[in-house]
Design a protein around this ligand. Structure first.
Ligand code: PMP
Length: 492
């Protein structure tokens, strides 16, 4: 098994420690990080990939030159609607940052600023940027053919690998993106049960398909009461009847769930959930909620679908099903499944998924089982399976350290943390139980905080989700803690 990272000397610092170094002396480390932050970060040296650095890592808002990004954004706006290729990447700064390369925990923008990255592609980069493991697997396959449009050995091996680690995965459907996988899972549920309705939770995100882009955030008065929530379209352009096909419930609310099933149970094909509500602000299930969800779905003959697109291969090797010990009927994966290459999967029992093999429902896709993605997935899952005893304690431990440090260094920040995922916000309650509880938040203030972090050399998502990778070490987390304290102080 090749090593996952090259542990090269990175500019301006000693060799980054790998995932085997987890210590919890938070105060001494923060002091070290502060020194590093002031003196070491930003000293140019020999960067990875042999390209000379164009500039210094960002240190202060004044010194933070983003002129190259600004120029690219101007060009982009002429040819790309809104200047961005996913609307979730807009916002935050006056213009987006354009990146040139990444390695391990670092990203470099086109102006030569270096950042410690906690966005990590919104989840896929479980090994950090440009891991040698994935580079080798993909490069090997590039030379053999990037696309067959036919069956090949790697898709069989990838499916076998996935089935070997995901609970209940007798069979595996391979697809291209998380949206596609969630969409086919919902379609399978409707097809095999012969029922028309899906039940989802407010604030949970299952991609941007017409079947799922409903009540993805809490929309105040238009969302009805907690006892009788209304399905709210997440976008202009949904077809007629799209919201009518989706019932919604507040997360962690057993009474409303029971009431909805009592009224509509015979027509509910499936209930779909992020088993840990990550997109909507890292709100874990309250104790017993997933078990109750499982029980209610079974009682009514509805399928339970876990959207493990974030939790899969990150919360545990076997995802939330393994972590919480609750078995779904179908589970949907993407993001970390292939270490940064586009791929998704649906897993479940043969009795359900065989229907797809029989063409009811239809599942198509030119890039399904793409050889590059399969090569990356085989390498990713193989590595994670071999090193699970160290990888998962590392991811969980680093996040616990980050949560603890942020709470101490930036008391005005709301930090919600569960295992290897973390969310920051301003003005929200730390103990929110669902999307409705987040209504007091101040996203604009949080966006300013994120801008301050960026100027401090830390790249995070404006909407507050933080990820870590096996390439992150305590020093990166400690640096972020210091930068967060400073960014919060600057908000006043
Ligand atoms: N479900 C969840 C839980 C997700 O986090 C995402 C992506 N953020 C999706 C579905 C959609 O995946 P993709 O962006 O690959 O289409």
């Amino acid at each position: 098994m090749p090593t996952v990272h090259t542990r090269r000397r990175l500019p301006g610092r000693s060799v980054a420690r790998g995932w085997d170094s987890v210590a919890f002396d938070i105060f001494s480390s923060v002091k070290v990080a502060r020194t590093m932050h002031r003196s070491n970060i930003g000293i140019s040296g020999t960067p990875p990939h042999g390209t000379p650095p164009r500039g210094q890592p960002a240190q202060s808002a004044a010194a933070h030159d983003l002129s190259g990004s600004s120029e690219l954004y101007e060009r982009a706006r002429r040819v790309i609607p809104g200047g961005v290729t996913s609307i979730s990447r807009a916002g935050g700064l006056p213009h987006p940052v354009y990146f040139e390369r990444g390695e391990g925990p670092y990203l470099w923008d086109v102006d030569g600023n270096r950042y410690v990255d906690f966005v990590l592609g919104y989840g896929p980069l479980i090994f950090g940027h440009a891991p040698e493991l994935i580079a080798q697997a993909v490069t090997r396959q590039v030379a053999r053919g990037t696309m067959f449009g036919a069956q090949h050995r790697l898709e069989v091996e990838a499916a076998e690998r996935i089935a070997s680690v995901v609970p209940g995965a007798e069979q595996v459907i391979l697809s291209g993106s998380g949206t596609e996988a969630a969409m086919i899972a919902l379609r399978v549920a409707r097809a095999v049960t012969g029922r028309p309705l899906i039940l989802k939770f407010e604030g949970h995100y299952h991609g941007w398909s017409d079947s799922a882009f409903v009540s993805v955030a809490y929309r105040g008065a238009s969302a009805g009461t907690a006892e009788r929530p209304t399905s709210v379209s997440g976008t202009a352009g949904l077809p007629e009847g799209a919201t009518a096909g989706v019932l919604v419930a507040p997360w962690n609310d057993v009474a409303t769930l029971r009431a909805l099933f009592a009224e509509h149970g015979k027509r509910i094909a499936a209930v779909i959930a992020e088993p840990l509500m990550v997109n909507g602000g890292v709100i874990p299930p309250v104790p017993g909620f997933l078990e109750e969800l499982r029980r209610i779905a079974s009682e009514h003959g509805s399928l339970l679908i876990f959207d493990e697109i974030i939790t899969g291969f990150r919360l545990a090797l076997g995802g939330a099903q393994e972590h919480y010990g609750v078995r779904a009927d179908l589970a949907v994966f993407a993001k970390a499944i292939a270490g940064g290459v586009a791929m998704s999967a649906v897993t479940g029992p043969r009795a359900i998924l065989e229907a797809v093999g029989e063409g009811r429902p239809a599942h198509h896709g030119t890039f399904n089982g793409n050889p590059l993605a399969c090569a990356a997935a085989i390498a990713t899952i193989g590595y994670l399976a071999e090193h699970r005893a160290t990888v998962y304690p590392h991811l969980h431990g680093l996040m616990a350290r980050l949560a603890d440090g942020l709470r101490r260094a930036a008391p005005g920040l709301t930090v919600r943390h569960s295992g290897p995922v973390l969310h920051t916000s301003i003005g929200e309650p730390a103990d929110a139980r669902n999307a409705r509880d987040r209504a007091s938040g101040d996203p604009a203030a949080h966006a300013r905080f994120v801008q301050g972090l960026l100027a401090g050399g830390v790249h995070t998502a404006p909407r507050g989700l933080w990820y870590v990778s096996t390439a992150h070490a305590e020093e990166h987390v400690d640096l972020a803690i210091v930068a967060a304290g400073e960014a919060m102080a600057a908000l006043g």
